[in-house]
Design a protein. Structure first.
Length: 168
């Protein structure tokens, strides 16, 4: 800590880009992501780690960014929902198959929970490539959605598995 300042330099990788931010030790990762780095895909709702809207990947594992201090990610790799789509040669974005499936199966309504669901499901599907419906429901049980009733979210995950298989 710089004795002339109340902030710490925190260096980490976010969505493949190296960044250094100067933050107060009590500053939450979710606030740094949204306000300092302007990556507003990470949503904040309950601020208690219950709803899952703020889920990001920390070194590949899903974590609640509203429960982490930014100083805890020094030297780590963070991925947000913005990392899922890839640029196209035409200047657009190609959606990740999970994003495509949520769109195709109406797996979102207001969309507030969607980034957290996507970031929860991404590593889970890598470890569970052939889940049952019950497995999917268990995997998303830590993410709250007030709009859909989860039926279309489950259908979207099943569609994402099919799209992934098509892509090889």
């Amino acid at each position: 800590m710089d004795p002339t300042s109340d902030t710490l330099a925190v260096s980490f990788e976010i969505n493949g880009r190296a960044v250094t931010v100067h933050v107060e030790p009590r500053r939450l990762l979710s606030d740094v992501i949204r306000h300092d780095l302007r990556l507003t895909g990470t949503h904040v709702a309950c601020e208690h780690g219950v709803c899952g809207s703020c889920t990001v990947l920390l070194d590949g594992a899903p974590v609640r960014s509203c429960l982490l201090f930014a100083v805890q990610v020094d030297g780590c790799k963070v991925d947000t929902v913005e990392s899922l789509a890839t640029p196209t040669p035409e200047g657009g974005l190609k959606l990740h198959h999970l994003q495509q499936a949520f769109h195709l199966e109406h797996g979102l309504q207001c969309g507030y929970c969607t980034p957290g669901l996507l970031m929860t499901l991404l590593p889970w599907l890598e470890q569970n490539p052939s889940p049952t419906e019950a497995d999917i429901r268990q995997a998303i049980s830590g993410n709250l959605c007030r709009c859909t009733g989860y039926h279309n979210i489950v259908k979207a995950v099943q569609r994402a598995i099919a799209l992934s298989a098509e892509e090889g």
